[in-house]
Design a protein around this ligand. Structure first.
Ligand code: GLC
Ligand code: CA
Length: 599
C-alpha cells in the first residue's frame, strides 16, 4: 500500500477553520489556465559556448522550437547567483545571474525574445532559504548581536545528562541528517530544512520579508516576467515552539518532522503579503506544495477567493511508491493507485473556484514513461503518447518538462553510481554505505532505487540530435552530466516531422487541447472506472457536449467498447488517437489511447 497516506504527515495544528470553497458550476477562463507551461532546467537544456553547462543563450537559441511545440509559457529553473550545492536552489544573490549561465543582459534578451515570439516567461522563486554564502547569512552568522542575526533561525544547543551537545530538536532534513547545523563561532545552531548550505530565512522577521519582496520578487517583475513557480510555498511559517517530532524511526536519531516545519500558523498571512506584491502586475503563480495531503488545507492555497497562489503542484502521483521522508524506500503500486492519484485533484476542484496543475514530470522526478508505464523499447513510444493524451485532456494548467515531449526515459540499471550527481542521491547512497559498512546487497538495492526515482534522470542533458553529446554541446566537450546512451534513438531531430513520433503527437495534443478547450481544459471531469487496466474519463462542456478519453495503461491488448452510459458517443466521434492507423472499435492495443468528442 502507499505510504504516501501515512497519517503522520497529516497532523495539523491549526484546525480552527474549515474552508468552504466558492461553489461554481464552471471554471472562469484565465490566460494562465489555458497555457501550456514548459520547464527548462538551465544547466541541461542547451550549452551555447561549449563549457559543458547549459546556459541562457542556449535557451534563446531554442525558443522557436518551443513555440513550434505549442508552448505558451516557459518556466526557467533558478538562474540566480549560487554556489550550486542544490543546483541553484541555494541562492547567494537574488539580483545576479549564475556566471556560467550568462549575464543580466542575456536574461533581459531572453525575456524580450520570449515575449516577441508571443510566449510568456516565469522564474523560480526560492525564498524559504538562501545559500549560506548569501551576504545576509554571512552577516547573520558573524555575531549574536548582528542586525541580521534574526533573519535566520538560531537556537541554543541542548545538552544531555552526560553533557553531550545535541541540536535543539530531532527534526530530519529533506536531504537526510539533522535540520540543524552548529556554528562554532557563535555557539548556536541554525535551521535548514534542506542542505546545511541552505539556511532557512526567518519569516517572522518583517525586515527580512520586505527585503525578499524587493530583491527576489519586485526586481524581476519590474523586468517584465509573467509570474513565478514558488519553491516550497508552504514552509515559510514554521512552528516556533521548536518541539521534538514523535519518534517513528528508532534506528535514526533524526525523525520525520514535516508537521513542525510545514504549513505553520502564519503561512497564509505571509502568502497574502506576497500576493499583494504580485497583484500590482498581471502575473500568475504556481506553488510547490509538499506534505499537504488534506484537501481542505490545499483549498486554502488554491481557492480563488482565498487570493493566495493560483495553483499548486501536489505530489500524490509522482511520489507513488515512495515513503514520506525517504523517497528511496520503494514499495509497489498498482494501476489502480496511479489512476486514483492522477485524478484525485480533478475531483477536488470540480465545481469550485479552485484550479489545478496537470503534470507528471519536473526536475525532481524520474521520467514518467519509466515510472508509470514502460520504457521497454518495444513500448516506450506508445507509452509516452498515451500519457500525453491523458494529460492533454485533463483539467488544469498543463506543465511539460524538457525531454518529456520526446519521451526521454530513465538512465538504465547499468548506469554507474558515480554518474548520479544530485545531492539527494549522493547523500542517500553514502548513508547506506555508512550504515551497512558497504554491504554489496544493500548498495545494489540503493542503486536500484536511484535508477527508479533519483532526481538525476530529469537532469541529464537534453537530447537534441544523434551527434556525440546529443547536440547539447560539442562532441569534444565533457558535459556536466553524462548524456544518456538512448540519445541515438530518442532525440528531437529524428522526431521532428516524423508522423508517428512522440514529439509530433505532443504537438497534436496541444493543438487539440486548445481547439477543444471548453472540454479538454475547462470541462467537468468525471472518472469512469470500470476496468482495471484502462483509464477512462468524461469531460463535460457547458453546452451538453462531452469529451471522452480512454487509455490502455497495460502492455496487453484489451477488449473494450464505448460506454453505454453516454449514448451520444459514437465510434465516428473519434477525434484523437495514439495510433496513426488500424483503430479497432472493440479493442485497444497495448498502451493505445483515444479521445472521442460528441457532436
Ligand atoms: C524544491 C525544488 C528542489 C529543491 C528544493 C529546495 O523542492 O524543486 O529541486 O531541492 O525545493 O529548494
Ligand atoms: Ca555553457
Amino acid at each position: 500500500m502507499l505510504a504516501v497516506h501515512t497519517r503522520l504527515n497529516q497532523q495539523r495544528f491549526t484546525p480552527d477553520f474549515t474552508i468552504m470553497p466558492h461553489q461554481v458550476r464552471y471554471h472562469e477562463p484565465r490566460w494562465w489556465k489555458e497555457s501550456v507551461v514548459y520547464e527548462i532546467y538551465v544547466s541541461s537544456f542547451k550549452d551555447s559556448n561549449n563549457d559543458g553547462i547549459g546556459d541562457i543563450p542556449g535557451i534563446i537559441s531554442k525558443l522557436n522550437y518551443l513555440r513550434d511545440l505549442g508552448v505558451d509559457i516557459i518556466w526557467v529553473s533558478p538562474h540566480y547567483k549560487s554556489p550550486q550545492v542544490d543546483m541553484g536552489y541555494d541562492i547567494s544573490d537574488y539580483q545576479k545571474i549564475h556566471g556560467p549561465y550568462g549575464s543580466m543582459k542575456d536574461v533581459d534578451t531572453l525575456i524580450e525574445r520570449t515575449h516577441a515570439l508571443g510566449m510568456k516567461i516565469i522564474f523560480d522563486l526560492v525564498i524559504n532559504h538562501s545559500s549560506d554564502l548569501h551576504p545576509w547569512f554571512k552577516e547573520s552568522r558573524s555575531s549574536v548581536d548582528s542586525p541580521k542575526r534574526d533573519w535566520y533561525i538560531w537556537r541554543p544547543a541542548r545538552y544531555d545528562a552526560a553533557g553531550k551537545r545535541h541540536p535543539p530538536t530531532n527534526w530530519r532534513s529533506n536531504f537526510g541528517g539533522p535540520t540543524w547545523s552548529w556554528d562554532e563561532k557563535t555557539q548556536q545552531y541554525y535551521v535548514h530544512i534542506y542542505a546545511p548550505e541552505q539556511p532557512d530565512l526567518n519569516w517572522e522577521n518583517p525586515d527580512c520579508r520586505r527585503a525578499l519582496y524587493d530583491t527576489a520578487i519586485r526586481f524581476w517583475l519590474d523586468k517584465g516576467i509573467d509570474g513565478f513557480r514558488v519553491d516550497t510555498v508552504n514552509r515559510y511559517s514554521k512552528r516556533v515552539d521548536f518541539v521534538d517530532a514523535p519518534i517513528t524511526d528508532t534506528a535514526d536519531e533524526t525523525q520525520l518532522a514535516f508537521q513542525n516545519f510545514t504549513n505553520g500558523p502564519r503561512i497564509h498571512e505571509y502568502i497574502s503579503e506576497i500576493r499583494a506584491v504580485l497583484d500590482e502586475y498581471d502575473v500568475f503563480t504556481v506553488g510547490e506544495l509538499p506534505n499537504t495531503p488534506d484537501e481542505s488545507d490545499v483549498m486554502r492555497f488554491i481557492s480563488a477567493q482565498e487570493k493566495q497562489v493560483d495553483m499548486v503542484f501536489n505530489f500524490d502521483t509522482v511520489y507513488l511508491g515512495q515513503t514520506p521522508g525517504d523517497r528511496f524506500r520503494l514499495q509497489n503500486f498498482t494501476k489502480k493507485d496511479f489512476k486514483r492519484e492522477l485524478t484525485k485533484w480533478q475531483d477536488v476542484i470540480r465545481d469550485t473556484d479552485a484550479w489545478a496543475t496537470v503534470f507528471l514530470e519536473n526536475h525532481d522526478q524520474g521520467r514518467s514513461v519509466s515510472r508509470f508505464l514502460s520504457d521497454d523499447p518495444a513500448h516506450r513510444t506508445q507509452a509516452a503518447k498515451v500519457l500525453a493524451m491523458v494529460l492533454g485532456t485533463m483539467t488544469g494548467t498543463l506543465f511539460l518538462y524538457q525531454g518529456q515531449e520526446i519521451g526521454i526515459v530513465n538512465a538504465p540499471p547499468s548506469y554507474p553510481v558515480e554518474e548520479y550527481k544530485c545531492i539527494r542521491s549522493v547523500n542517500h547512497y553514502n548513508k547506506i554505505r555508512r550504515q551497512t559498512g558497504g554491504d554489496p546487497t544493500a548498495l545494489e538495492e540503493a542503486l536500484d532505487a536511484l535508477q527508479k526515482v533519483a532526481r538525476d534522470h530529469a537532469r541529464v542533458p537534453m537530447q537534441w540530435d544523434d551527434s556525440a553529446n546529443a547536440g547539447f554541446c560539442a562532441a569534444c566537450v565533457t558535459p556536466w552530466m553524462r548524456v544518456l546512451d538512448t540519445y541515438r534513438e530518442i532525440n528531437v531531430a529524428s522526431q521532428i516531422g516524423n508522423k508517428g513520433s512522440v514529439l509530433e503527437f505532443w504537438k497534436a495534443v496541444i493543438r487539440f487541447r486548445k481547439r477543444y478547450k471548453d472540454l479538454a481544459i475547462y470541462g467537468r471531469f468525471q472518472l469512469i472506472d470500470e476496468h482495471e487496466d484502462l483509464l477512462t474519463f468524461i469531460k463535460e462542456g457547458t453546452d451538453g457536449k462531452v469529451l471522452f478519453t480512454v487509455a490502455n495503461l497495460s502492455d496487453q491488448p484489451q477488449r473494450w467498447s464505448l460506454p453505454s452510459s453516454y449514448p451520444m458517443l459514437k465510434p465516428s466521434n473519434l477525434a484523437l488517437s495514439t495510433r496513426s492507423q488500424g483503430v479497432d472499435h472493440f479493442s485497444l492495443a497495448a498502451f493505445e489511447g483515444r479521445v472521442y468528442v460528441s457532436v
